[in-house]
Write a new protein. Structure first.
Ligand SMILES: CC(C)(COP(=O)(O)OP(=O)(O)OC[C@H]1O[C@@H](n2cnc3c(N)ncnc32)[C@H](O)[C@@H]1OP(=O)(O)O)[C@@H](O)C(=O)NCCC(=O)NCCS
Length: 181
């Protein structure tokens, strides 16, 4: 395991995770912010990109598995992303619908946030959020992020207004010392 939280483990995805990955990426409600469910081909490409990120960067979106059963119920991790002309480090999170509203996304993303500041030299950690994705904004805010700027991405033939949420290393360290660790 790369990370463990009270209820979850985070580990690299493998080809064996494709069915669980598809349970997330083929659900149109989960994928609203991505302009709808992915196809078989698109989810295979998603897994391929994720494995390439592990090889190139040493990190990527990881499988979020239940500590009790090992079942993959989501994806959460760190990726390199672009916000307009800037390359940023981002925390990403997508969970199966049956596991929403339990604090699992925040639990996993908090561990990833701490991992990023502890293991990478980055001064800022971002979350790119589509302007309609309130659940994702709430996760970003619970991570201690604030909205830095707006920008537009072009994905699957659609212009998508986005918000760039972020937390700086200094703000993260201040939160950590307030929390007593
Ligand atoms: C973004 C996403 C992961 C957030 O999931 P979520 O269920 O809202 O987030 P959490 O699991 O952390 O749950 C937080 C909610 O659970 C509640 N909760 C229940 N038990 C909790 C606990 N033990 N600890 C913390 N929160 C708890 C919180 O009050 C909060 O409620 P709210 O949603 O009414 O504000 C989810 O909506 C998703 O997968 N969306 C599709 C993919 C996506 O858009 N990803 C983001 C791309 S930028």
């Amino acid at each position: 395991m790369i990370l463990e939280t009270p209820r979850l483990g985070l580990r690299e995805m493998t080809d064996a995770d494709l069915p669980a990955l598809r349970a997330i990426l083929h659900d149109p409600e989960v994928m609203v912010a991505y302009e709808g469910a992915l196809s078989d081909e698109e989810s295979l490409a998603w897994l391929g990109r994720t494995k390439q990120r592990y090889a190139d960067d040493g990190f990527g979106l990881w499988a979020a598995v239940l500590g009790e059963t090992g079942e993959m119920i989501g994806q959460c991790g760190i990726t390199r992303q672009r916000v307009e002309d800037d390359e940023v480090i981002e925390v990403g999170y997508l969970f199966r619908r049956a596991y929403w509203h339990r604090g699992l996304a925040v639990e996993a993303a908090t561990a990833c946030r701490d991992w990023a500041f502890e293991n990478l030299g980055t001064d800022d950690l971002y979350a790119k959020v589509r302007s309609t994705n309130v659940a994702s904004m709430n996760v970003a805010i619970r991570l201690g992020m604030t909205m830095r700027r707006t920008f537009t991405t072009h994905y699957r033939g659609v212009d998508m207004p986005h918000l760039a949420f972020a937390i700086g290393r200094r703000e993260w360290a201040a939160r950590a010392s307030r929390a007593g660790f």
